[in-house]
Ligand binder design. Structure first.
Ligand SMILES: [Mg+2]
Length: 363
């Protein structure tokens, strides 16, 4: 039988609020550059843009190219000129432009075709403005139909061109902001607030996937369940702030002890689970022992105390006798963890029908 204290572990403790210093920065995907604004614009009447953007100017007419580039530069943007669509497409593989100004009539790949190619690419939103002659309505319609975001007629008024550029960059920034938030939301939805490790929801999902894969291909799958030895004492003697610091440090050491392919999650309270795909007993023991040692090796620095912390680890493997479902695998790891506690903590126990306790050489 299990002690009652370990019964309600399915959910992280709701009382644990996020610590003040999360070490994870939001992932920034926005590609509009927010760097310092270049020197004052030549045109005094119009306000300079709040953001400097990387803009590709594609035109086979050198005069137009240079005039547009100078105009953009005067507003603090960073233009790059190309005399053919081919060169633009080549450069766009390495440089993410915030906006592309595309001449329609060019030798080789036309502006419309280049636009189609740019729009077919998946990465983010790159506004494309077609620059067409007034006498060319078909190209304009075709351009918009295949996804160009706007067009400017040649010969163009400088202010009109700049206004359309500014408007496109506003849309681009809004798009990027949304993409950044969405990524951040997606990240938050799968991470544990306190530790930044994966949360239970993500673990369940990955575990289901890994189990299916293991079962289908008869691949090995190992799972390790571990917790902080005598964690209740830490909280009782030093308070929750210290308890939280211990969990964060534990998480940091876990992260550096596992392999890239392993999945580390906070299972709730002071419990953690590591999924080890395609891993046999020997490999699982290596990882588990690395974890155990990394925890015991140095004291934990917390706001009010330097603590000696140890961890007990239960390992279960698939395939093995008595394990025919993913729930059984998880339960087996749990049973092994419980046994490791009984055996005296700071150790690794492997679930087999005959339980097997692993004792590493000291040191
Ligand atoms: Mg042309």
């Amino acid at each position: 039988m299990r002690p009652a204290a370990r019964a309600h572990r399915a959910e992280p403790e709701p009382s644990r609020e996020r610590g003040p210093e999360r070490d994870r920065e939001p992932r920034i995907l926005a590609s509009v550059s927010h760097s310092s604004r270049p020197p004052a614009p030549r045109n005094d009447s119009a306000p300079a843009p709040a953001h400097s953007a990387r803009i590709a100017v594609v035109d086979d007419d050198k005069l137009i190219r240079e005039r547009v580039a100078a105009l953009l530069r005067s507003r603090g943007h960073v233009p790059t000129t190309f005399d053919s669509a081919t060169k633009l497409l080549e450069a766009h593989k390495n440089t993410a432009f915030d906006l592309v100004l595309l001449d329609v009539v060019m030798e080789g790949i036309s502006g419309v075709d280049a636009c189609r190619i740019l729009k077919a690419r998946e990465e983010g939103f790159v506004p494309v403005v077609l620059v067409t002659s007034r006498a060319d309505p078909d190209a304009r319609v075709e351009g918009l139909r295949i996804g160009a975001d706007d067009y400017v007629c040649k010969p163009f008024e400088e202010e009109e061109l700049l206004a359309r550029v500014a408007s496109m960059l506003r849309i681009k920034r809004a798009y990027d902001d949304v993409a950044t938030s969405r990524n951040r939301m997606a990240e938050l939805a799968v991470l544990d607030d306190l530790t930044g490790l994966y949360n239970v929801r993500y673990l369940q999902q990955r575990f289901a996937e890994e189990w299916k894969r293991a079962e289908r291909h008869r691949e090995p799958l190992a799972i390790a369940m571990l917790d902080v030895d005598r964690f209740k004492l830490v909280n009782d003697q030093h308070g929750h702030e210290v308890g939280d610091a211990v969990l964060r440090e534990m998480s940091a050491r876990l992260r550096t002890s596992v392999r890239d392919t392993d999945v580390v999650a906070r299972y709730g309270g002071e419990e953690f689970v590591v999924l080890l795909p395609s891993t046999q007993l020997s490999g699982a023991l290596v990882v588990a022992e690395r974890i155990r040692k990394s925890i015991a090796a140095r004291r934990f620095e917390t706001p009010r105390a330097r603590l000696e912390v140890t961890t007990s680890i239960g390992i279960a493997l698939y395939p093995s006798r008595g394990v025919t479902s993913k729930d059984q695998l998880l339960r087996a790891a749990d049973t092994a963890l419980y046994r490791a506690k009984e055996e005296g903590r700071d150790r690794i126990c492997v679930y087999q029908e005959q339980m097997y306790v692993f004792r590493a050489d000291e040191g």
